[in-house]
Every structure is written in C-alpha cells, then in structure tokens.
Design a protein around this ligand. Structure first.
Ligand code: ATP
Ligand code: MG
Length: 234
C-alpha cells in the first residue's frame, strides 16, 4: 500500500522557564511512524503525553528535529476548540466561500453532516451551538480536498449521540475519498469507531502500537492497560 506520511525520529523540545534556571524538556522524543493512504491512525495517551505536539509538528506549527515526509499535496486540520479556530465576525457562508468558492460543494457537505445550509450559513460562529460549530470545522477542513487530515480531539465537545454520528460520517468520507487521518484523542473508546491502528504515547514517546484488536485485546504495557481500564464500557 502507498504511504502518505512518514515521520522519523521526531523530537520537539520546550523550555521550562524557572526563576533561577531554565530547563529544556522533551515534549516529543524520538517518535517514528508512517501512515498509509486511506488509513486512520489514532494517537492516544494521557494529557500532556505529547499528542498535540506531534500533530503541530506535522502541520509545521512548531520547530522540530527529525524527518517528516508528506507525500501528498494538501493536508488540513480539525482542532478541538471550534470557536477559537473560526473567524468570529464573518458569517459561516463567507468564511467557507473564502476557502472554496463553490457554494454547491459547500451545500453538499452541509447536507452530509446533517446541517441546514439555509438556516445556518448566514450566522456567525457564536450564533451556533457547540455541536453545530464543530461540524462546520469538519466541513471546513474538507473543503481543501486534503489527502491527510490531522484531527485533534475533533469530537470531544459533542454529546454522545452526535459523537457516534460524526465518527460514522467521517468514516464514510474517509472511504469515499481515500482520506488518511491522524486521529488524536485521550479517549480510547472513540478510536474503536474510526481508527485502523493506534499508537500509545507516554511522556513524549510511543510505548506501544498495533491494530485496534492487538492493542485492545492484548495490551503489552501497564500504562496501556490502565488507559483501557479507564474506558467506560458501553
Ligand atoms: N508551546 C509550548 N510551550 C511550552 N510547553 C509546551 C508547549 N506546548 C506543549 N507544551 C508542553 O508539552 C507537553 C505535551 O503537550 P501536548 O499538548 O502535546 O500534550 P497532549 O498529549 O496533547 O495533552 P492533552 O491530552 O491534554 O491535549 C506538555 O507538558 C505541555 O505542557
Ligand atoms: Mg492535546
């Protein structure tokens, strides 16, 4: 199968500025993985384990050491906080048309995400509910026809039913467009519905990786077992 992204020996350091002395620490340390076309790879791990930083390095938003090779033309991202990543004063319609001046395509995507275009496109982000905004963010990230999407907790603000529905819709889109996705989440349960493979991060390093089945059925590391223990059973 074709590869779309290759990450080799990726490290990102930040500085902890103290009063007397500063120290450098690794937010991401020697991370390597690759992603195939059409594959959804989950990155899971506790808060602060370095998941978002990996995504930001791939998007070129933080300086890093190591190699990142993207074999496609376009990547896009979906972030957790939709209010922060949308323009506050422009209508949804305006800001989406600025990205892709093809209203029919936008209408199609609204329909596939069950959002009423007539009703919502004239509104500003603050006039939508959290779940509606998050769907707008997902639609926006698809407008550029990306081959790779970095999705960082894209459904964490949705309620449970909407979560499941958005995951299914993303899964469908992924199949239709052969999209690859890096799906970052602290919530192991959601990976079950969307990921083909998962990597577990701890303190900036990948400590375990495998197919969903391998990791869920037969976790090797204690940390992974603890994460799995924390997953509420449906
Ligand atoms: N811009 C920054 N400057 C300094 N430290 C940072 C910066 N961004 C992240 N960090 C630190 O790097 C570490 C990893 O952060 P990161 O945001 O990647 O974690 P995460 O796994 O995404 O956590 P969460 O699940 O809470 O989103 C944390 O200790 C964090 O405090
Ligand atoms: Mg994060």
């Amino acid at each position: 199968m074709d590869m779309i992204l290759r990450v080799e020996n990726l490290s990102v350091t930040f500085e902890n500025k103290g009063i007397l002395k500063s120290e450098v620490f690794y937010a991401v340390k020697g991370v390597s993985f690759s992603l195939r076309k059409g594959e959804v790879l989950g990155i899971v791990g506790q808060s602060g384990s370095g998941k978002t930083t990996v995504g930001r390095a791939i998007l070129g938003l933080v300086p890093y050491k190591g190699e990142i090779e993207f074999k496609g033309k376009t990547m896009s991202c979906m972030f957790q906080d939709p209010l922060a990543s949308l323009h506050p004063y422009l209508s949804i319609r305006r800001q989406l048309l600025d990205i892709l001046p093809d209203e029919n395509r936008i209408k199609e995507l609204f329909a596939s995400f069950n959002l009423d275009y007539k009703r919502f496109s004239g509104k500003k982000p603050s006039e939508l509910s959290g779940g509606q905004r998050q769907r707008v963010i997902i639609i926006r990230s698809l407008l550029v026809s990306p081959e790779l999407i970095i999705a960082d907790e894209p459904i964490s603000m949705l309620d449970v039913t909407l979560k499941m529905w958005v995951l299914k819709t993303l899964r469908k889109l992924k199949q239709n467009f052969n999209l690859s996705m890096l799906f970052i989440t602290h919530d192991l349960l959601t990976t079950k519905y969307i990921c083909d493979r998962i990597m577990v991060m701890k303190d900036g390093e990948i400590i375990e990786e495998g197919t969903l089945e391998e990791v869920f059925e037969n976790p090797k590391e204690k940390y992974t077992k603890d994460l799995l223990q924390a997953v509420p059973r449906l």
